[in-house]
Ligand binder design. Structure first.
Ligand SMILES: NC(=O)c1ccc[n+]([C@@H]2O[C@H](COP(=O)([O-])OP(=O)(O)OC[C@H]3O[C@@H](n4cnc5c(N)ncnc54)[C@H](OP(=O)(O)O)[C@@H]3O)[C@@H](O)[C@H]2O)c1
Length: 373
């Protein structure tokens, strides 16, 4: 499902980034269609009659795609990667990934300054140089855990990300974790006002932290526009904690990360063919692969009936739940899977069966950086 985030603002306002009103519209509803896959291409600047204060407005649209592209593993490429994934990625291979993604219309790239400690951002920036900046969107994150001691650590970290990515603005800037919401959230406001950051979201925040962040931004005329949390068949804490419902009701985009549990839900890895030896993800997932077999077999068999593969069905499940999955893309042919996933409509019986098998696997895939929701 495509979501159109329509941000409306006062025409002629001295601060063009000050939000006055906004809405997230499923593209198929905006188009009056019943098909969830109908995409509406709204004009970037469209005249809008009046806002709630009676002022003339324009709307500034950020389209939330059906699927976003994850690049944590890209931090492993080259000699200085952190080895979390144990991936051996080459510049040429990643350029091929980017070319395929862009040809298929997937253009929102998610990274973070901590992925490979700047390596993911740098490699991504280099690879995307082949495109006009307006042809792709960048999503990266401020991380409170590595904040410096200057007067303005958020602005300083943003500058570092801009330099790494070779750009002068970020489309979606996140607070990566909720270390101290009252301390860090206000520091996003000047970045929004300056235009260096176009939209903001919070990641790994629980519901009360999301509401607090939204209140802080709201007092300055902005708001939390997106949530990014771990959400997969195996890890549905944001659903159980009411965050998905909250996002739906408030019109906030929910970006689901680790939908494939870093490869463990693809069916590609098994006790006979485990995740890469010595990598961090191998330590987490290899021991649970036997318990995941019934689920990955079911993903594969549902996939067969759609001419698709197990990871495509896991991705289609996340789309069916109203989220935008961020899928870690390390190989060009994975883009074909995203295209297939985008066109699969899962039956409600299949969704129920997958979730029952996921619960029966009885594994806890909470990341070391995540809190209970
Ligand atoms: N905000 C946060 O705290 C946070 C935390 C984690 C992740 N994220 C974001 O979410 C993104 C996604 O998470 P992730 O990359 O950790 O894990 P993921 O998307 O669950 O899994 C990615 C891995 O799955 C495998 N894969 C992907 N597509 C496949 C396909 N079609 N067929 C077979 N295997 C496939 C690849 O493994 P191989 O390379 O081994 O083939 C890839 O490295 C990250 O890249 C990052 O941008 C955010």
């Amino acid at each position: 499902m495509n979501l159109t985030i329509a941000r409306a603002r006062k025409g002629g306002n001295a601060n063009p980034r000050l939000l006055e009103d906004w809405a997230v519209i499923p593209a198929h509803q905006a188009n009056g269609s019943t098909s969830p896959r109908t995409t509406v291409s709204a004009a970037p600047q469209q005249t809008w009659p009046q806002n709630k204060y009676g002022a003339n407005m324009t709307i500034d649209n950020l389209k939330t795609p059906t699927v976003a592209l994850g690049t944590w593993a890209w931090g492993d490429s080259g000699e200085t990667g952190d080895g979390y994934f144990g991936s051996h990625l080459t510049r040429a291979g990643l350029e091929e990934v980017a070319d395929k993604a862009h040809a298929a219309g997937f253009t929102l790239w998610d990274t973070a300054i901590v992925y490979g400690m700047g390596r993911s951002e740098t490699v991504l920036g280099e690879v995307l140089k082949r495109y006009a900046r307006s042809d792709y969107q960048l999503s990266t994150k401020f991380n409170p855990r590595i904040a410096g001691t200057s007067d303005d650590p958020v602005a300083d970290m943003l500058e570092q990300s801009l330099a790494n990515l070779g750009t002068d603005y970020i489309d979606l800037y996140w607070i990566h974790n909720p270390a101290d919401v009252a301390r860090w959230t206000p520091q996003l406001i000047p970045l929004l006002k300056s235009g260096k950051v176009k939209h903001v979201g919070v990641s790994n925040h629980n519901l009360s932290e999301i509401k607090l962040a939204d209140q802080i931004l709201g007092e300055a005329g902005f708001r939390v526009e997106a949530i990014q949390n771990h959400y997969s068949l195996l890890y549905r804490s944001s659903e159980h904690a009411g965050i998905l419902d909250y996002c739906r009701n408030q019109g906030i985009a929910f970006f689901a990360y680790m939908v494939l549990e870093q490869g463990a839900l693809t069916g590609k890895y098994s006790p006979e063919n485990p995740l890469p030896e010595g990598s961090s993800r191998a330590k987490i997932y290899n021991g649970m692969l036997p318990q995941l077999k019934a689920l990955t077999d079911k993903l594969a068999s549902i996939g067969q009936s759609h001419g698709a593969a197990a990871p495509d069905v896991a991705t289609a499940w996340a789309i069916a739940k109203g989220t935008t999955p961020i899928i870690g893309v390390t190989k060009p042919h994975y883009i074909d899977g995203l295209v297939r996933a985008s066109s699969i409509t899962l039956a409600s019986d299949d969704i129920a069966e997958l979730e029952a098998l996921a619960d029966a696997a009885n594994v806890n895939t909470r990341g070391f950086w995540e809190q209970e929701m």
